[in-house]
Design a protein around this ligand. Structure first.
Ligand code: F58
Length: 826
């Protein structure tokens, strides 16, 4: 039976491309540059999208569904061109149309800058969620910031990371729409004038403030094959020209200049920190800026068709992507009370019923806290409201716990108050001001409940729930790995594209020799594709017959890229000392950006590159190991990498990785996990079975127990384990750098003898032997072709749970309670 396809007019597309090239550039196709052809093609696609976008809006206006506002400082969208074609079900038609014009679709796709308005997992999750929301037919707005510069581009010079600004908007963005008619004003600073107006109402009026205009830019978010187009609304800031610049009043002039400066700085750049908060004033301004504009918009939209503001929460829900958007709680209170005249209690009910919070980390350095004086100076009215929320909450704690046997009320207040120690604790505000708190994998949620947020859980258990992360199979399989996608469709039909649980039908092929061969042949082709990329970009030749062992993710100590490279160093040493020992050739592939100011992370990149240099040039090891550091790891090259991975390195210190999502993307593409029992790895192993993964190392409980008792002494391991000793000595004996002291800081991180509680905080040496052993097991398993093919295939077959469609459906059913939008069937 032929499935329904969205209609797509190929001839119209071709005509439109030719027309666009002519009118945009006064050129013929022969004269146009690849960038110009990309622009012309993107505008042609946008034309096709606009009709669906309008239809969606119309259907929403008629059906009045509840809307989720996904509020996030980051949306790591990746390229839109190919993804839009996939979701329009027009990829093959456009490929053909371009072919007929003598143009390669891949070349066109490569012209698009990779929009990187996010750091890593948290921002990419937001992008996957938007894809799933549209595909499942739920009305959603992504609300974010239109940074002029996204995540920096990484270049590697002499083995070191060098950051280069990412001017992604240089050639404009063909997919966006500027909507100046929906601009909003956002106010900063000044003071609050409190007075009673003629009607006897107490008025809180912000005065002496600076104001900027928030201008929305809308990006279409397409559902797969259903004609649904949602909106990602990202805000830019512009100055408001309310003061005459020729004014003789010096105060006004000064103010006008300040306002201009503020507007020009606000959306300049994304803070490039992963799991670390720098606490900069500008960041708080960014947060309030996009939140105020987004909350104003949500209220306005609701009031267009409804008159009872007290029922706002029946038509809108705000999901706060970590604590960064948490000022939404106080901003919603402010607008409801100051602009729409609700009482405190009425406004509070609406706010709590509207807001929900997702926690993405338990790393203490990532917990957002703002100094009270900064917060108060920048957001005086918001601060008043937070202060009152805190006062009432502390009251509630006292009421609940005073006279409770064995409970120290003061310690409860210390651990839960929103304002404490002259700090505003954003996580506490998010928990108190909303009705749902979720972690992003089962283990993570349990740790939140039992440890980090224990007191909150005890006081309000009904708010806590788990939503294990997921990823979109449309981008990370259908687009990234067309060979495998086609093969799967040939075997089980294409239902998996919108229902990943159907992948389990592949299990019946796990022992089928022919299917195994085909599966591994596809993997091989993808490895060749990546090998070609590596040759072009790194000038390193890698052998697609070797095991591709991949660790790609942000560089952070807890993710333990250092453990991986130490193991490579050990292997190198081992091969050199035992040249005749059997060793299955391996290619270790790394990709990672380090936060610009994170020295240990940057030095780890240098170490990986130095090790790569020595090993790749050492002819004596006969190419048994190669090490590759892929520069500028980002969504677009990630797609190539995931498709080619044999081994997926997920080796974080147990308890530290909230979930991980790269682990899911590699599983989807038939890579086998080598990992610790951390984050979503636990659930991956649960799905695929212990026999189809390689698990090693301390458990999260063991790690937490050590931490409670002040750590452990890595010197004991150093002294008793010759493997560890040999490898650590290589860090400081000049094997990998002329300057023997270069890597001393890494050596000290592991062995710091001055401060043993700081030594090897991430248990690298403690897990080292177990990791070596797991690596050995992998080589052994890979050598048995049949066994490996089965394992790889089983990983793809068992990945059904990890679709973001499943995650979103859980949010909808258990938290958001959205209604599906019905679109007219074409
Ligand atoms: C990540 N967090 C988690 N934060 O580390 C990862 O385990 C999880 O899978 C993912 O979220 C999605 O839930 C993360 O990416 C950030 O990048 C923040 C950016 C802003 C500053 C603080 C860290």
């Amino acid at each position: 039976m032929k499935k329904k396809q969205l209609p797509f007019d190929k001839e119209l597309f071709t005509r439109s491309v030719l027309y666009n090239v002519k009118t945009l550039y006064r050129k013929t196709m022969e004269e146009a540059t690849p960038q110009e052809i990309y622009q012309a093609s993107a505008y042609a696609i946008k034309d096709a999208i606009i009709d669906h976008w309008m239809t969606t809006q119309k259907a929403a206006a008629e059906q009045d569904p509840k809307i989720v506002y996904y509020m996030s400082m980051e949306f790591l969208m990746g390229r839109a061109f190919g993804n839009n074609l996939i979701n329009l079900q027009a990829y093959k038609a456009v490929k053909e149309a371009l072919d007929e014009l003598g143009i390669d679709v891949n070349v066109v796709e490569d012209q698009e800058p990779d929009p990187a308005l996010g750091n890593g997992g948290l921002g990419r999750l937001a992008a996957c969620f938007l894809d799933s929301l549209a595909t499942l037919g739920y009305m959603a707005y992504g609300c974010g910031i239109r940074y002029k510069y996204g995540m920096f581009k990484q270049t590697i010079r002499d083995g070191y990371q060098v950051e280069v600004p990412d001017a992604w908007l240089e050639n404009g963005n063909p997919f966006e729409l500027r909507r100046s008619e929906y601009a909003k004003e956002v106010k900063f600073g000044g003071y609050v004038n409190v007075y009673t107006d003629d009607t006897g109402r107490t008025v809180f009026k912000q005065e002496g403030y600076q104001v900027v205009r928030a201008i929305p830019y809308d990006l279409p978010i397409l559902g797969y094959g259903n004609g649904m187009v949602n909106t990602l609304r990202i805000w830019d800031a512009e100055p408001i020209q309310c003061f005459q610049l020729d004014s003789f009043d010096k105060g006004d002039y000064q103010k006008a200049v300040e306002q201009e400066n503020l507007a020009s700085q606000l959306c300049e750049v994304l803070y490039p920190n992963d799991n670390h908060i720098a606490g900069k004033e500008l960041r708080l301004k960014q947060q309030y800026f996009f939140i105020s504009a987004s909350v104003q918009t949500a209220l306005k939209r609701y009031l267009k068709d409804h008159d009872n503001i007290k029922k706002f929460y029946t038509k809108a829900v705000f999901q706060l992507n970590d604590t960064h958007p948490t000022v939404a709680v106080a901003e919603l209170m402010r607008l409801l009370m100051d602009e729409y005249y609700l009482t405190w209690d009425e406004a509070w009910e609406v706010t709590v019923k509207t807001c929900c919070y997702t926690n993405h980390t338990i790393m203490s350095e990532a917990l957002e806290k703002w100094p009270v004086d900064l917060f108060q100076r920048l957001l005086p009215r918001i601060y008043q409201i937070v202060d009152e929320i805190n006062r009432r909450f502390v009251d509630q704690i006292m009421r609940q716990y005073t006279n409770s046997a064995g409970i120290d009320v003061q310690s409860k207040i210390r651990s839960m108050a929103i304002l404490y120690d002259n700090q505003v604790k954003m996580a506490h505000l998010a928990i108190v001001g909303g009705h749902s708190v979720n972690g992003v994998a089962q283990l993570h949620t349990e740790i939140l409940k039992k440890r980090e947020l224990k007191d909150f859980y005890e006081m309000m258990p009904e708010k806590f729930n788990n939503k294990t992360n997921g990823i979109t199979q449309r981008r990370f399989l259908l687009h990234a790995n067309p060979l495998l996608a086609d093969w799967i469709t040939a075997k089980i039909g294409d239902g998996w594209i919108t229902d990943l649980s159907q992948m389990d039908k592949l299990k019946s092929y796990a022992d089928d020799k022919k299917a195994q061969d085909e599966f591994m042949e596809i993997k091989h082709k993808n490895k060749e594709r990546l090998a070609k990329y590596i040759l072009e970009h790194n000038n390193i030749e890698v052998d697609p017959n070797s095991i591709f062992d991949v660790q790609v993710k942000r560089l952070h100590e807890y993710k333990r890229q250092l453990l991986n490279i130490l193991q490579v160093m050990y292997k190198y040493h081992d091969i050199k000392s035992h040249p005749n020992k059997d060793f299955y050739p391996k290619t270790y592939i790394f990709g990672a950006k380090a936060a610009a100011g994170y020295l240990t992370a940057k030095l780890t990149i240098k170490l990986i590159n130095s090790v790569a240099d020595v090993i790749n040039k050492d002819a004596s090891i006969g190419g048994k190991i190669k090490v590759v550091f892929i520069e500028d790891y980002r969504v677009s090259n990630a797609e190539l990498i995931f498709a080619a991975a044999d081994v997926s390195e997920q080796i974080s210190t147990a308890s530290k990785e909230a979930s991980g999502t790269g682990n899911m993307k590699m599983m989807l593409n038939g890579a086998v996990t080598l990992g610790t029992m951390d984050g979503a790895n636990v659930e991956i192993v649960n799905e695929v079975g212990e026999d189809n993964a390689f698990i090693f190392g301390l458990s999260s409980q063991e790690v937490m127990d050590y931490e409670k008792n002040g750590g452990y002494n890595p010197m004991d391991i150093y002294n008793s384990n010759p493997n560890v000793k040999a490898v650590l000595n290589m860090l400081v004996d000049g094997t990998f750098s002329k300057n023997k002291e270069l890597f001393r800081p890494l050596y000290n991180c592991l062995l710091n003898t001055n401060n043993s509680s700081k030594a090897d905080q991430y248990f690298i040496l403690k897990d080292f032997e177990a990791y070596l052993e797991a690596q050995r097991r992998i080589s052994e398993a890979y050598a048995d072709k049949k066994r490996w093919a089965r394992m790889a295939l089983m990983n793809t077959a068992c990945c059904g749970k990890f679709s973001s469609d499943r995650t979103i459906q859980e949010y909808v059913d258990e938290v958001w309670k959205l209604d599906k939008v019905e679109l007219p069937v074409k």
